[in-house]
Design a protein around this ligand. Sequence first.
Ligand code: AMP
Length: 416
Amino acid sequence: MAGKIKAIRGMRDILPPETGRWQAVEKAAREAFALYGYKELRLPLLERTELFARAIGADTDIVGKEMYTFPDRHGDLLTLRPEATASVLRAVLENGLDQGAGVKKLYTLGPMFRYERPQKGRYRQFHQINCEALGSDAPELDAEVILLLMEILKKVQLGANRLLVNSLGCPECQAKFKAGLGLFLINKEGLCEDCQRRRTTNPLRVLDCKSAHCREILKDAPVLRDYLDPDCLAHFNRVLELLSRFGVTYEEAPRLVRGLDYYTRTAFEVVAVGLGAQDAVAGGGRYNGLAKELGGPDLPAIGFAIGEDRLMEVLPENLGQGDGKKVFLAALGPAALDLAFSLLQTLRQAGVAGEMDFGNRSLKAQMTLADRLGADYTVIIGDRELETGKATLRRMATGDQQEVALSLLPMVLAGL
Ligand code: AMP
């Protein structure tokens, strides 16, 4: 017998009833996006490798080690997207979405692919909700984007969490900081192999290293805040002031840099308390230089990504359940089945979710099925009911039963 084929390591099936929770999160996000004026983009999962190499930075773990890259049949080098921002900007520039006045507000949902070592909360195909606001460097936009993120997380009932915020400054501040950090790292012993290289090529990446020893060394490293020029400092302070005004609790995280090279000024992350090693459920920041890097105009922008897989781990079990009632029609005999089938369609037309069994099973078997399907009410129709023109309506939670005229059933059920 042929062996069963399994899913690829690090990639998993998300099945019902779990998918109901995912839908609830995505619904909450879509509602919040609409309130804040965002429109959805749907983008290809495959892009030219060059897009990510240029956008994310050659020295990052993502581009260096984690991309699913392969030549297609024509020999073009393609990559399964490891993140969405580069693709969003590519699409914006290609389709002229950056034209016209005002901030362009876009969001997109879907899978991302990174060849990381799979563990709890870390997958090779994972899912993000991405938000991007393009066309302004105003600190009010930073604050608005963070407020939007926190609103989505609140709507989905995320419990204890911490919002970490930092400013990476403009490229000039960053250059000065990199020089200072490089100097600090120059004589440090015991950095991991990657960091020994990065301390000269791109010392900012050392701050993002996951090795415990590198982290220990970094405890005394210089912090970005001390290298911010007056404009970047004022920008950062204004963002923090606005967050405070709207009651958002944040912590300054002086060494937060995030894993991509394109960030400037505001960078932030939300970590969920109790998630263990992989505790970041969302992250984002400003990327003012990215559009130019991709051959576009000067287009300051800011965005965030929510990691849905990790978020699901900490959200309430019953999220999104119990919306709307469900009716099961138990029919006994061919004539009852025929009538119930028509009734079922009438119910659905009236917006009531209903199911029935076409298997001509016993009442007991049908009641068991109704339970398993989570029906709130069951309508029992047999020969007696057909004769009297009344069906038995049973409330599953309590077992209460009442007789309802068949002709009135759709109306009664719609009103329950
Ligand atoms: P990033 O694109 O690296 O800024 O990540 C944004 C968010 O995506 C993180 O905060 C995580 O919640 C999520 N994320 C990133 N990588 C993975 C992964 N390999 N598996 C699951 N979630 C991930």
